[in-house]
Design a protein. Structure first.
Length: 156
C-alpha cells in the first residue's frame, strides 16, 4: 500500500493567530512533501423553526465560508505550490473538528494558532488541551500568535 502525503490541518477563522498556524502548516508541508488542509466550520442557523429564514441564513453562511476559505487557500497555494484540501462543516466546531480528524486518515497533524493577547490561548486550544486531546488521534502543534512569518519560516 502506497503511503499518502501527510496532511496538516488548519482551522480557518477570523483570528489573527490563524495566519500563524497556516504559515507553519505550509512550511511543514513544503519541508516534508505534505499537503495543507483547511477546515471552516459554520455555526448552525438559530432560526430552524422558520425554514425559509434558516435556509437563507445557511446559504449566506456557506457563501461567507467559501469566500473566507478562498482567500486562505490562495495564500496556502502561493506558499506550497499546491491547492490545499478544503473542508466546510456545519455544527459545533469542537465536535466537527474531532469528527473530521477521525474520518480522514490522511490528516496527520492539527495546527492551531495561539492567542497571545488574552488570558487563554483561545477556546479551541483550551478545549483540545483539556478534553479534546483524549479524543484526537493526531498530534497537535500550537503556534504562538506573536511569531513573525520569518520566525516561523526559519523553523524549516
Amino acid at each position: 500500500m502506497a503511503k499518502k502525503d501527510p496532511l496538516f490541518l488548519v482551522v480557518v477563522d477570523d483570528s489573527e493567530e490563524m495566519h500563524h498556524a497556516l504559515q507553519f502548516a505550509c512550511g511543514r508541508a513544503t519541508a516534508v512533501g505534505g499537503k495543507v488542509g483547511l477546515m471552516y466550520c459554520i455555526v448552525p442557523a438559530e432560526f430552524e423553526y422558520w425554514a425559509g429564514v434558516g435556509e437563507l441564513m445557511r446559504a449566506e453562511a456557506r457563501e461567507e465560508a467559501e469566500a473566507n476559505m478562498a482567500v486562505h487557500a490562495e495564500y496556502a497555494q502561493q506558499l506550497t505550490g499546491e491547492m490545499p484540501v478544503l473542508y466546510v462543516r456545519e455544527g459545533d466546531i469542537r465536535d466537527e473538528l474531532l469528527t473530521l480528524i477521525n474520518e480522514e486518515p490522511q490528516i496527520s497533524l492539527l495546527v492551531l494558532g495561539a492567542d497571545t493577547n488574552s488570558e487563554t490561548a483561545g477556546p479551541l486550544i483550551t478545549f483540545m488541551m483539556a478534553k479534546g486531546m483524549a479524543k484526537c488521534r493526531v498530534p497537535i502543534t500550537v503556534v504562538p500568535g506573536n511569531l513573525t512569518d520569518d520566525q516561523i519560516d526559519a523553523l524549516f
